[in-house]
Unconditional design. Sequence first.
Length: 215
Amino acid sequence: MIPSKDQLNRFIESLAQNASNYQVKIDADSVRRLGIYFSIVTRWNERLHLVAPCSPEVFATRHVLESLLLINHLPRGATIADLGSGAGLPLIPCLIARADLTGYLIEASKKKALFLNEALKRTESTATVINERFQERPAPPVGFVSCRAIERFESLLPAIVQWAPERCQLLLFAGAGLQTSLAALQISYTAYLIPKSQKRYLYIANNSPKTANRL
């Protein structure tokens, strides 16, 4: 489905009205490109089920602005691999807002990988799309690994920790239950409650050599 002009305007207005709640600033060109991203996700969503159906306002806050929470934790020139990218969240909004980032989008589904390449092209963003399960190849040389919507997240956490480069930071969007899994692996972390949420967090976790060797 192609979003209407009204839906696109509602998406853009929601970005403007809510950006300060997420402590992010978005320039005019990034807003334009985020609008293109919203449009292409909407068009492909019926076929690929990239995100749960939602209003333009919810897409702006729940998906885009939540994703942009990462940029305050990424230094200039950061390299980041995103696992189970699906719709390109959280990495594509971050690449739109921060041209200095180097990204790898890792997605097992061939159709979703095709979508990711198209979304990058249409939003004038640059990243490498890897059409494989992350466990099937070595991690690229990155300082950060993100994960937002991967299935069986908590059960896959040990594999993610093992796969991720030593001394990198894990940027994980999840519920309160992930705290138990991180504690069981003896991984140090900081949990940030996501704005307008009572149970979803952004976890910033350290992937230390000691943890990796213990698994």
